[in-house]
Design a protein around this ligand. Structure first.
Ligand SMILES: Nc1ncnc2c1ncn2[C@@H]1O[C@H](COP(=O)(O)OP(=O)(O)OP(=O)(O)O)[C@@H](O)[C@H]1O
Length: 455
């Protein structure tokens, strides 16, 4: 960085498109307990990020998307070493940051800046915006006082603000303008990477596109890389080059943006895309919305994290592979032959989940569903019309379902749920093995799809 008014990253050692950062099997666990006793007895870990690997390329915008609580912010903070990982490594230009002390990392921080969601609270109300923009340069000992002022004014102009407003206070600006101040501040040290955590979520939709456009123009000019965190796929579609979809601490799918939006392969990505609001008010928006709640990151599902909500769980045995090391109760519930028609398997899965969630009433005459006074044949007829519209399963599957019906007829929902889960869900490859696959992309150079359908 030779001259305070020069823009553009002049580290020179890495070309656009080359690997800037490598995130390699990174996990970040938090302790779930804060109480006095947890100090003595320990407490289970919150697996906020669990074994995540990807690369960040110089000059790109890589977005991380997913529902609230899936670990996006924790991942971003771990990449920047604001949180130290529980396991794994983060390499910046080949240097493993996890091996460095806080003191050794400090000078590198000028290359990695941040912008957060709330432009109001991230600006000190008692500082003038010029001082705010100069602050990181001062902290890293860049330029002399005059040089910093000069650069701050150049940057204010670059982000679309009037440099003559250098002496104004944050409250004199709108939300969008304050986020522009944050951008100028982040750019002041000429960083390689800016981590943007929901940078436009707090802004009016009409302002969002303007700020995103400015971010893109600045990227073209400065060659800066964005790690962009968002729960909003419409925003991601606008700004990203590549997208990583996160679910419950792990990456479900990662691909070039066009590939991900045009050719999504993971059922979770498909569900997120289906949930994007349809602009036409006459069109229905209820295409296969996500069922159930996100499970706890303290005790996430085995195998594929998404499998407890996935509409495409693979029927047990379908991959012709005999699993080993199954829990006894799951092994005991394993059937010799499954070859259900896809539609009948879907019905069986839906029935299994409905029993688990107790999402239907069997005997409307009974307020307490532990006391069912219907005969088993009647229970079966009801279930048939509720769940098995594509035909009643046969063979071993039928025998299992009949055994579950016997339990339900006795009001024993828990027993029925356990039998069905162990036989159908827990015996699926989706529960047994963690999926890690890549497929040949139609667009872009990588397509990770962590789903057994793409084995
Ligand atoms: N310091 C902490 N201690 C304990 N648990 C935490 C801590 N920080 C985050 N978590 C938990 O880790 C999980 C991931 O949280 P994180 O904030 O990274 O998700 P997110 O996808 O960014 O969500 P949001 O969009 O709501 O910010 C959540 O279950 C959260 O409750």
């Amino acid at each position: 960085m030779s001259d305070a008014t020069t823009v553009g990253n002049d580290t020179g050692d890495i070309e656009a498109g080359e690997t800037l950062m490598e995130i390699d099997h990174v996990s970040k666990y938090f302790s779930s307990g804060s109480g006095f006793l947890s100090g003595f007895f320990g407490s289970p870990d919150v697996k906020a990020v669990d074994d995540v690997s990807f690369e960040i390329k110089k000059g790109e915008t890589i977005a991380v998307v997913g529902e609230s609580g899936c670990g996006k912010s924790t991942l971003a903070r771990t990449v920047l070493q604001l949180l130290r990982p529980t396991a794994g490594s983060v390499r910046y230009k080949g240097q493993d940051l996890t091996e460095l002390s806080d003191k050794e990392i400090r000078p590198l921080r000028q290359n990695m800046q941040m912008i957060f969601q709330d432009p109001q609270s991230s600006l000190n109300p008692r500082m003038k915006i010029g001082q705010i923009v100069e602050e990181p340069m001062k902290a890293h000992g860049l330029y002399d006082s005059e040089g910093r002022t000069e650069r701050a004014k150049v940057l204010l102009n670059k982000v679309g603000l009037d440099p003559s407003h250098y002496n104004r206070y944050p409250h004199e600006f709108s939300g969008g303008q304050r986020q522009r101040v944050n951008l100028a501040r982040a750019l002041s040290t000429d960083p390689d990477l800016i981590m943007c955590d929901e940078p436009v979520s707090a802004l009016d939709v009409s302002i969002q596109a303007q700020v995103l456009n400015t971010m893109q123009e600045l990227q073209d000019e400065f060659g800066v890389t964005y790690l962009f965190i968002s729960h909003d796929l419409s925003v991601v579609r606008y700004i990203a080059d590549r997208v990583a979809v996160m679910y419950l601490g792990q990456i479900a799918e990662l691909a070039n943006k066009e590939e991900l939006f045009e050719n999504p392969k993971h059922p979770y990505t498909e569900a997120l895309l289906d949930a994007i609001p349809v602009p036409d008010p006459r069109a229905t928006n209820a295409r296969g919305t996500l069922e159930g709640d996100v499970p706890s990151p303290i005790n996430p599902p085995s195998g594929c994290r998404f499998r407890t909500r996935c509409p495409k769980v693979i029927q047990p045995g379908a991959l012709g592979k005999e699993p080993t090391d199954l829990p006894d109760e799951v092994q005991a519930a394993r059937l010799q032959s499954y070859e259900l028609e896809p539609a009948v398997w879907q019905d069986t899965l839906a029935f299994t989940r409905a029993v688990n969630r107790r999402s239907f009433v069997l005997d409307e005459g009974e307020s307490d569903q532990t006391e069912i006074s219907l005969p088993p044949e009647e229970v079966r007829t009801r279930l048939e019309s509720l769940f098995f519209k594509n035909g009643w399963p046969e063979g071993e599957v039928e025998r299992t379902i009949n055994a579950a019906i016997d339990s339900l007829s006795n009001g024993e929902w828990e027993d029925a749920a356990t039998l069905l889960s162990n036989t159908f869900e827990e015996n699926s490859i989706c529960a047994i093995e963690q999926p890690t696959y890549t497929v040949a992309p139609e667009r872009g150079d990588i397509h990770v799809v962590n789903c057994h359908l793409h084995r």
